[in-house]
Design a protein around this ligand. Structure first.
Ligand SMILES: [Zn+2]
Ligand SMILES: [Zn+2]
Length: 348
């Protein structure tokens, strides 16, 4: 389908501010032009992530201004740059947080491109998906497996991929019968539990909000569900903390057994209180997860399609971007929030 549009609607962040002040403003901006290694993608959906909150509210430093946020993008390729290989116009693709890496540093050369010092990030250092179009390097785009519609697929691209990497970094190798704790049960938690259950683990979920998060955890097969600071009835082999609250770290350490790992899944967390050495003694480990590699993304999408993972989504219309962020901030989204791209008055 040919579009003669040269401008698109996009949500811009000019100055970080609390989301209660609705800091995003809608604007008409030029449709970006893809460089030779990039794709131009017409967006159909973009997932809302807690990291968007950290960007919009200024907990992450400003790296580009004005900025179009959003890094769980699903859309259709409308133009391929001249050097693009392996993609065609019309392909349905996803764009995730890791936008581009240098490819030559020690991290990039050793399978740890997620730690690249020169990396750029979608919706933070480059424009993201709260818009009608986006450009992205083809080598960092993912083909979306059939079986997921656009809305369903959007939360896979960060919540899903980061959850997958968190599961990997728990160090659990034998999943059958393993006992995993999940602290905080939003978009990432509700996908991670589906992977862990499919692999044969028992999952213990600690989260606030009886009606939404605890109920969804039960529905998705949690062995036990409690409040954030409740002690699970069994000793855990590992735990993942998705909530950005540092005070959960000692609580989770207390719940894991000797040799167990507590994985911190967020990009930002409030300060971790000091705790007694006995909580980490016994070769317990605390480690963070930073971004993801492309291998994580590809492996996760394959596993998600094979199970298949079913994302629970709450859809927001394009004009509701600020409302969506406020809903996420107040923990009132069940599963994952997704912003729909809309094309008012466009004949394409
Ligand atoms: Zn690098
Ligand atoms: Zn994210």
């Amino acid at each position: 389908m040919v579009s003669n549009a040269i401008e698109m609607k996009a949500w811009l962040l000019n100055n970080p501010a609390p989301v209660s002040r609705n800091p995003l403003t809608i604007a008409e901006v030029p449709i970006p032009v893809p460089r030779e290694d990039e794709l131009l993608i017409k967006i159909s959906a973009c997932g809302i992530c807690r990291t968007d909150l950290h960007v919009v509210e200024g907990e992450l430093p400003v790296r580009r201004s004005p900025l179009i946020p959003g890094h769980q993008i699903v859309g259709t390729i409308t133009t391929c740059g001249s050097q693009v290989e392996g993609f065609s116009e019309g392909d349905r693709v996803g764009v995730a947080w890791l936008n581009r890496t240098c490819g030559i540093c020690n991290f990039c050369q050793s399978g740890r491109e997620n730690l690249c010092e020169q990396a750029s990030f979608t919706g933070w250092t480059t424009d993201g998906g709260y818009a009608e179009y986006v450009v992205a390097p083809s080598t960092f785009a993912y083909l979306i497996p059939n079986g997921f519609d656009d809305i369903q697929a959007a939360p896979l691209l960060c919540a899903g991929i980061i959850g997958y990497r968190c599961l990997r970094l728990t160090g659990i190798n034998e999943w059958k019968g393993a006992r995993l704790g999940i602290y905080g049960f939003g978009a990432a938690g509700h996908i991670a539990i589906q992977l862990a259950r499919a692999r044969g683990a028992e999952v213990f979920v600690c989260t606030r909000d009886r009606e939404r998060h605890q109920a969804l955890a039960e529905e998705l097969g949690a062995t036990w569900v409690g409040d954030t600071f409740d002690e699970p009835p069994s000793t855990l082999d590992a735990a993942i903390i998705f909530a950005p609250a540092g005070e959960i770290v000692p609580v989770a350490l207390k719940a894991v057994g000797k040799g167990g790992t507590v994985v911190l899944g967020g990009i930002h967390m409030s300060p971790i209180p000091s705790f007694d050495y006995s909580l980490i003694y016994g070769e317990r480990t605390v480690r963070s997860v930073a971004n993801n590699t492309r291998a994580d993304g590809r492996e996760f999408l394959l596993e998600a399609a094979s199970i298949p993972v079913r994302t629970h989504t709450q859809t927001f219309q394009f004009h509701q971007a600020n409302e969506a962020l406020n809903a996420l901030k107040s923990d009132s989204i069940r599963g994952a929030g997704v912003l729909k791209a809309s094309y008012p008055n466009r004949r394409d």
